[in-house]
Design a protein around this ligand. Sequence first.
Ligand code: PLP
Length: 389
Amino acid sequence: MSTAPLLERVRPAVRDLPAYNAGLSAEYVRRTYGVAHVAKLGSNENPLGASPAVATALGQIGAELAQYPDPACGALSERLAAELGIHPARLIFGNGSEDLIAIAAHTFLAPGDEVVTMTPAFGLHTIYPAAAGARVVTVPLRPDFTIDVERLIAAVSPDTRMLILSNPSNPVGSALCRQDMQRLLAALSPATLVLWDEAYYEYAATDADYPDGLQLLGATSLPWLLLRTFSKAYGLAGLRIGYGVAADSAMLELMHRMRTPFNVNRLAQSAALAALDDRAHLRASVRHATDERERIGEALRERGYRVAPSRANFVFFDTGEHALSLARRLLERGVIVKPWLEPGYQRCMRVSVGSRADNDLFLAALHACASIGPAQHPIDRSCESLSKP
Ligand SMILES: *Cc1c(COP(=O)(O)O)cnc(C)c1O
């Protein structure tokens, strides 16, 4: 028996799809490297965990597990819509916000369509459009790791079906300021869907010059979908729930047809409601992440590394050497980070903010493992030589 005749007929868009780099689990690293403690700093998770109110809510759900969840996430919709000041029909929920990226790609993109995004970027911003057969054009960052708004404006045209950006950017952490975001939006055609991914919104929201996506997109007449998640600042990555706010409900009617009907499970819906109630836990999570992010960034800069300005719960920096091999040496010391693999950024590494002790472990392990002295780090110009979009 052979599956070859089947596999030969698979769409090229699927056959050529790159695998998502999901990072390593703590169990795997413990087993493989025989380390007692693992600092899991590769996936931007909340080291404070979820609010204790979430465990309480989940404990009460046992009797309902035999019943399907609410396919409309009704209670959560009402609650969140009131908080955001929008009509609930403009909200859509996903099995993580990544689910919504996939649904948007399969709803709004056809084979051959053009999508514009950045590099480096969240892998799924290119993988899901590519799965839908779209052609993805990527715009590199400026050499100082800031978002190159001029090149983004130059890259978009009325032929662009979708613009996908994360603000703050994952993996870099830099964010467009209000003025640059407005310039970019003003350059778009009404035929371009703006997929604005604010997975790290809560960490940046208190900065005075951070452009609130909901406010700025809402002031345009463009089609847009804003994504946020409970995985990061709310500490619910394991439960999988994120949401989207759309320009209007007509867009969402199509997306609802393309999603699986019960894409958000009962536990996730209940946990999200409980998490929204605990504002103090959210504030403590954000405070910890931003304080520690600045401490890690400062320590790296003092050692001579080139560090991106971050508004999120991670730090992206130029290690001055091949980041993948450096990351392997860090694993031997029980430290998981994310070495960047995209061309032009292969000396760069993203480290998530962990507990204070884990962040110290990372800084000490980096000091021990780095193969060249910080003073000798040449500036990485490789990203400047990337071809124009
Ligand atoms: C983490 C992340 C997401 C996905 O989060 P979910 O866990 O799927 O909600 C989406 N976009 C970006 C940029 C992220 O970093």
